[in-house]
Write a protein that binds this ligand. Sequence first.
Ligand code: SAM
Ligand code: SF4
Length: 358
Amino acid sequence: MAELRLAPAEQTFVIRPAPAHTDVLVEDPFGHRISYLRVSVTDRCNERCSYCMPDEVQTWAAREDVLSDDEIVRMVATGTRLGISKLRITGGEPLTRPGVVDLIARLNACHGIRQIGVSSNGTLLARPHGTGTVADGLRQAGVDALNLSLDSLDREAYARTTGRDFLPQFLDGLRAAKEAGFTSIRLNCVLMRGTNEHELWDLVEFARAQDCLIRFIELMPVSSRHVLTEDNFLSAGEARRLLEFRLGPLTPLPDFKTNGPATYFEVPATGQRIGFIGAMTNLHFCETCNKLRLTADGKLRPCLGSHLEFDFRDALRNPATTEADLERLFLEVVARKPKEHEFRDNYQPRRRMIAIGG
Ligand code: SAM
Ligand code: SF4
């Protein structure tokens, strides 16, 4: 019998039969309805973003410590039996994992999966894959939506922030994604005072021209406390006000939601939507959180901004572990999901963002 800890009797979680109109099965004690799993498939990356990998010297998980394709598929299958219906494949840079397109096709085939997104820096999308590009491969594997990171349109600032002079590769990747037929592409831009606050309007304009949805993300104190300082932090509210100097007042769209915690506004003159992800300043940020995170080395994390994580790798590699054991462990993690993140409480990061999975 696999050794799995059982939840103490007072731990409560609610398992509900899914009503026909919703995919929610599992709810934690704070009412978070879990339907979304972010799956980090690697802790490696071809870029070196200052806020994600601030250390000079990188240490990667040993290959044998990273979950295999079969183990990831088994974890996702466990999740789907409990109500997970949406996946986001992330990393590190997920497209650096060998065979990632085939892995995604397998995940897409898991019963109950209705939506798969990929978060990427976009720089590898135009690479050849089979008879087309990686972007073509992802589309054929069933990926519905792409979140692509873009912090600057200035080649020098892009290179400074990401540690790599890859803006041309990003632009090729974006083109390849559109040619592959992706119609849902979101551009994620981390807000950094002194780096891109003067470019926000250009980025909005670029997103409009490319028919992409742009979202501005507040820096979070992940990886190291030093990635967020008083000097480089630019709040979502201030970014919005900077944009309003150029665009006029933006109209709040309280009813427009994507899968995550972004709040959206509309540019009245053009109808363009702009998202803001304010983990640090939005006090309601965690209220509707619907996700868990699986790290590349097999830890299930109930919250990005909490040190809680639960190891599944040993259980997955123990031949005695049954599917029922995995489900029980999964539900224990849901039961321990915190009410909210700890980023505002002098949080001291222990793992780099790249190792957790963004
Ligand atoms: N490599 C992919 C990418 O860059 O999109 C996926 C992984 S990355 C860790 C996921 C997201 O996390 C990116 O949008 C990145 O900008 C964001 N991110 C990383 N470190 C961050 C930090 N300290 N604060 C806010 N966002 C961060
Ligand atoms: Fe790599 Fe994405 Fe982290 Fe940048 S944010 S270092 S692209 S994983």
